[in-house]
Design a protein around this ligand. Structure first.
Ligand code: ATR
Length: 264
């Protein structure tokens, strides 16, 4: 008989998380029996909460805002992409050690692949230079992007990020630009700013053109997507990325990878 594995997503706040329903849907599709809960941790009590979870025979944890950097620091063993992202969203234990990975960037790559937008040899523009951008550059480069330009309101933050990441990126050229200097043509533009989350406008100059628009946020009004709609450009919000990162976590823990297109 199959034993029931226990999973949870830990964050603060956590009530809004869609991870439990996604993982239940993957379990149903793949014939795995699991329990997946939401776990609220108080600020400053992240480590004690994960200790308790694993002591009680939990198999794996997803980590969300604001604990991804705490999770990164808590791990004994990290994957390469987690080291580069400096953030962890997937935890498990093996032989008494805490392992951490970051599946967010691969989740974005999977979502873009499911949309059948071209990544190989592409010229990609990422708006924003925060944690969300840091997590996706290495997976996008591994997926074959020819050039990634990071545009940020504060140019120095984009320049610093590129300096940090360059040693890890071999075949993709990385460039930084100020948000107000944007111009030229890109295959895909990805909005990784928190502008949509805070309801801010994000003005894009006419001289910036692109074929596809991806908004990392989902379930929020997005000026970036309004602009894509106005320009009649194919677009998507971050739901596919959410499903994509969940599938990669599910794969780490359960060894089987559901098909993203079945859950969109
Ligand atoms: P996250 O971890 O989600 O990336 P973050 O580290 O706070 O969050 O980064 C937010 C990003 O959104 C930054 O790149 C920020 O630009 P600055 O570095 O100049 O602050 C960007 N951002 C937030 N609001 C914005 C707005 N209204 N217009 C343009 N960029 C914005």
């Amino acid at each position: 008989m199959q034993t029931t594995k226990h999973f949870a997503v830990i964050g603060n706040p956590i009530a809004h998380s869609r991870s439990p329903e996604l993982h239940q849907a993957f379990a149903q599709k793949t014939g795995i029996t699991l329990v997946y809960n939401k776990r609220l941790a108080q600020i400053g009590q992240f480590e004690s909460s994960i200790d308790e979870f694993f002591k009680n025979h939990g198999t794996g944890l997803n980590v969300t805002v604001p604990f991804k950097e705490d999770a990164f620091k808590a791990c004994d063993v990290l994957t390469e992409r987690a080291k580069i992202a400096k953030a962890v969203n997937t935890l498990w234990q093996k032989e008494g050690k805490l392992y951490g990975d970051n599946t967010d960037g691969q989740g974005l790559v999977n979502a873009i692949n499911a949309l059948e937008w071209p990544l190989s040899q592409s010229r990609i523009l990422i708006l924003g230079a925060g944690g969300a951008t840091r997590g996706v550059i290495f997976p996008l480069a591994e997926a074959g992007a020819h050039e990634i330009v990071i545009a940020n309101r504060t140019l120095s933050r984009a320049t610093q990020l590129i300096q940090d990441l360059s040693p890890h990126i071999q075949n993709t050229s990385l460039n930084a630009v100020g948000l107000d200097q944007l111009t030229g043509h890109f295959d895909i533009v990805i909005n990784a700013t928190s502008a949509s989350l805070s309801g801010d406008t994000l003005l894009l100059p006419e001289s910036l053109t692109f074929n596809y628009a991806y908004e990392m946020a989902y379930g929020k009004p997005s000026h970036f997507l309004d602009e894509a709609k106005k320009r009649n450009i194919p677009y998507a919000d971050g739901f596919g990325m959410l499903v994509g990162q969940a599938i990669e976590s599910f794969y780490i823990w359960n060894g089987t990878r559901p098909n993203l297109k079945d859950f969109l």
